[in-house]
Every structure is written in C-alpha cells, then in structure tokens.
Design a protein around this ligand. Structure first.
Ligand code: ACO
Length: 341
C-alpha cells in the first residue's frame, strides 16, 4: 500500500485491482467567439463578463460539426496517448446534455466514427457533472474485472441549445470535448475514489423545458423558446459553491487526505468566482487550482475532461501527483474524484 494513504475505502487496494487513466485527449472547435463578438450580439460588455465570470472567449462548433464529431476527435487523442487501438475498447460512455439527437446514444455514433466495433456504448446525462459520473461507472466495470478498456468522454455542443439573444446565458457557454481511457495497470493507483450526488428538488434551476415527453417539439414550443437552456444564475451560484465544497471534502475524507497533499485541483469551469470561493473554503492555494475557463467558458460535461488533458499535456501534472476533480451541474448534480496520476 502506498505510504500516502491509509484508508481501506480508497480503491487502489481493492483485491490488487486498480483503475488508471492511461490516456487523455481533448478537442476544441476552431471558431473563437470573444467577448468583443458578444458585445455586438447582446447588451453586454467585456468588462461585465470578465468581472462576473472570468470568461474572455469560448469555442463554437461549425454548423456541420456535431457532439459525436468532437467526441471522436478527443477519443482518438486519448487512445493515442494510451496506445490503445479501436478494437481494444470494450465500452464507450459519453457524458452529454447535447447529444447529436435524442436517440440513438451519441456513444453509438462515436463507436462507428472511431471504428470500435467490439465496444458497447451508451450515454450518461448528468450535465456538468457527467464526466465524473461516467468515470465512476467506467471504473466499476474495470474494478469488477468485467471489462479491460473503457473510453469515457465528456462532449458538448452547447451552442445548439443557447439562446443567442439572452445575455444572461449566452456569454457563459462553449463547445468542446475531452476523453479518457480507463484500464487496470498493476503497480499504479489511478482513480482512488469518486463521490456523486443529486438533488432533483432543484431541477428547475438549470433546465431545458422543451423537446422531452413533457413538452414535445411543436410550433408553439419553438416560438416560446422552450428548446433553449434556462438558468437561475444567482441561485445556481450558491448551490454550486455548497455542493462542490462538500463533494470535495467527502472525497478527501474517504482517502484521508489533507488538501495540501493535492497537486492540482480541477474544478468545473463555470465561473471564476465559484472556483475561487470553493478553493478558499477548501484551504487551497491559487497555485493548486487549474483554470482554463477564460479560453473556453463553461463546456458542461466536457469541462473537467478538457482541463484534465490540458493539465497533463502542459506538464502541470506528473506521474504520482494527486489530483482532485470537483464538479457541479444541472439536476442538480455534483461529484468529486481523487486520482493518483
Ligand atoms: N451582461 C451584462 N449584464 C448582465 C449580463 C450580461 N451578459 N447577464 C446578466 N446581466 C445583468 C442582469 O440582468 C442583472 O441586472 P439587474 O440587476 O438589472 O437585474 C445583473 O447583471 C446582475 O445579475 P446577477 O444574476 O446578479 O449576476 P451574477 O453576479 O449572479 O452573475 C452569473 C451571473 C454569471 C450567471 C452567475 O450567477 C453564475 O455564474 N452562476 C452559476 C452558473 C453555473 O455555475 N452554472 C453551472 C451549471 S451549467 C449546466 O449545468 C449546463
């Protein structure tokens, strides 16, 4: 057992089996939408967006570029880092709230795009918390020895559900995808614990009312803009701080880790102020917090997956470092995970 951990609930010691992230990858569409562009579209300013959110620009997928395309690009990059071929993949899990279509699952479209013919495939919908939910599901298959190689992806084309006339929401979101390959690697530790939670009583805080069985698409539903994301920003902010703080604390408690032992905290990239408050409450230093929302905005389920890839490829994380992922999103949902890289 590693001298860093004592808690038997940490999964690295689970019958000698571990679940490691052996490859990560991400994809961001080429088009950059800056705050200056948004100033021309709605009544807003670079100053307001920067001070209230920390966001300076976001990426926007092309008209003919879909969630499955971005997911497949990120997946290929993660497979390359892991040295995994398409036929080695047993399962593909895509976390998204912007699937290519209500069904079939975007994971099935990714399976076809990357040629992973042996893989089972399904989607997970937990909004911005989706990547941690998907990681935890994937880990269960690895730890139970049911599967050897799981591809987990967070991918979103949020521009497709954004009301570009609503300044309250359109300045916040961006498109992109991030992916991770999960495998068991004897001698390494990987995913130590994952915490997940939800509170459906607050489902109205962030939601898209139209397009489901409650409100199928109709001329009236489109005219009433029910197929766009809606959010009560102020209430969401408060809930996000609470939920992220408690999820992170619980993950650290399970591993008997003090925050000072964490090399890099990768929070959901929704708002710089949320990240700073959560970091402060956890007793983290600014250097521990990984932030890239200035470039990409809130990419929902793709957010921590893209950030994890950037943290690894930029050298912020090295083998053996402890990482804390912490997320929050519509549902409400939340989650946190501790990983030994
Ligand atoms: N430009 C200029 N003014 C604006 C803009 C804008 N883009 N957007 C809102 N305002 C105005 C409002 O109309 C309001 O004006 P009023 O006082 O005259 O009514 C004023 O600015 C202040 O609005 P607040 O809602 O108090 O602004 P706040 O400081 O809360 O910031 C924000 C808003 C950025 C949305 C913040 O609340 C936030 O980040 N919330 C959390 C979002 C989040 O974490 N989402 C995660 C989940 S997303 C998912 O799951 C898909």
């Amino acid at each position: 057992m590693s001298p860093k951990f004592k808690n038997p609930r940490a999964r690295f010691n689970f019958q000698g089996r571990t679940c490691s992230i052996t490859g990560v990858g991400s994809y961001l569409p080429a088009k950059i939408l800056t705050n200056a562009h948004l100033e021309k579209m709605v009544d807003t300013s670079d100053e307001w967006i920067t001070t209230r959110t920390g966001i300076k620009s976001r990426r926007q997928a092309a008209k003919d570029e879909f969630t499955s395309d971005m997911a497949a690009h990120a997946a290929r990059r993660a497979m390359k880092m892991a040295g995994v071929t398409a036929d080695q993949i047993d399962l593909i899990i895509v976390a998204t709230i912007t699937p290519d279509m209500p069904f079939p699952a975007t994971a099935c479209l990714v399976q076809q795009k990357i040629g992973a013919r042996r893989a089972a495939a399904f989607d997970v919908e937990a909004a911005c918390s989706g990547f941690i939910y998907a990681l935890e599901i994937g880990q269960q298959f690895i730890m139970s020895r049911t599967l050897d190689t799981v591809l987990v992806i967070g991918a979103e084309k949020l521009s497709s559900i954004t009301d570009w006339t609503d300044r309250n929401t359109c300045v916040l979101f961006g498109d992109g995808a991030g992916a991770a390959i999960l495998q068991s690697r004897p001698g390494s530790h990987g995913l130590l614990t994952a915490v997940m939670g939800a509170d459906g009583a607050k489902s109205n805080l962030i939601h898209m009312p139209g397009g489901g069985s409650r409100c199928p698409a109709s001329v009236d539903s489109v005219a009433a803009k029910l197929h766009y994301l809606r959010m009560d920003g102020r209430e969401t902010f408060k809930s996000a701080v609470q939920a992220m703080y408690h999820a992170a604390q619980e993950a650290l408690r399970r591993c008997e880790l003090d925050i000072s032992k964490i090399k890099c905290i990768i929070p959901h990239q929704a708002n710089r102020r949320i990240i700073d408050v959560v970091g402060e409450r956890l007793g983290a230093t600014p250097e521990q917090l990984f932030v890239n929302l200035d470039k990409y905005g809130n990419t929902s389920a793709a957010s921590v997956a893209i950030a994890l890839d950037e943290a690894v490829t930029s050298g912020k994380i090295s083998r053996g470092d402890l990482i804390l992922l912490v997320v929050f999103g519509s549902g409400l949902t939340w989650g946190a995970a501790v990983i030994e890289w």
